[in-house]
Design a protein around this ligand. Structure first.
Ligand code: MN
Length: 210
């Protein structure tokens, strides 16, 4: 998918914008801690888990996640958590931008309308799924092998790739993503996040998956 996923050692990707670019919806301090500390730790621990693993270390991350049961049990949980964490966050940063939000257009918009009735209904269903994640996890718009799109949630740092889906849009609802600004008010964070969604990237992910 991108250069960071080719093989280990994996690297923390640079954000495609400044830490304060998504203000006032996502605050700069949260963005900095989230990227430079949380995401960096997933990368570090993923590299540590794959260190000395030969063939596995040469395998692209998305292939490791798609076939997670093929990863030896001794490091499977580490690859799932930290590999999933690296993959999910690398997608997440690109799925947001300054002056984002609004409605999607083009083929992905048509696919969403076809599956959910209209864009507002999709947004409501996605919001409900994100708010309803118990504990730490993610909400996703995904596409499957039959090109059907749907909303799913995953616990912890599980990647939709582990369930045979390709992620198109994802929202991190771990408390570390919003607690400094929103405390326990996850619904406010989710509402704010819609203002920074990068629909161009969703369209690109959709085109790449088709
Ligand atoms: Mn996170």
């Amino acid at each position: 998918m991108t250069e960071y996923f080719q093989h280990m050692p994996y690297e923390l990707p640079k954000l495609p914008y400044a830490y304060d670019a998504l203000e006032p919806y996502l605050d700069a301090r949260t963005m900095e801690l989230h990227h430079a500390k949380h995401h960096a730790t997933y990368v570090e621990k993923l590299n540590a888990a794959l260190d000395g693993q030969g063939d596995l270390a040469a395998k692209p991350l998305d292939a490791l996640l798609r076939d997670i049961t093929a990863v030896p049990e001794a490091i499977r949980m580490a690859v799932k958590n930290h590999g999933g964490g690296h993959h999910n966050h690398s997608l997440f940063w690109k799925l947001m931008k300054k002056n984002g939000g609004g409605d999607p257009s083009g083929p992905v918009s048509e696919a969403i309308t076809q599956s959910f009735g209209d864009i507002k209904s999709f947004r409501d269903a996605f919001t409900k799924a994100a708010v309803g994640v118990f504990g730490s996890g993610w909400a996703w718009l995904v596409i499957d092998v039959s090109e059907k799109i749907s909303i799913i949630t995953t616990p912890n740092q599980d990647s939709p790739l582990m369930q045979g889906f390709v992620p198109l849009l994802g929202l991190d609802v771990w408390e570390h993503a919003y607690y400094l600004k929103y405390q326990n008010r996850r619904p406010e964070y989710v509402e704010a996040w819609w203002h920074v969604v990068n629909w161009d990237q969703v369209a690109e992910n959709f085109d790449a998956a088709m």
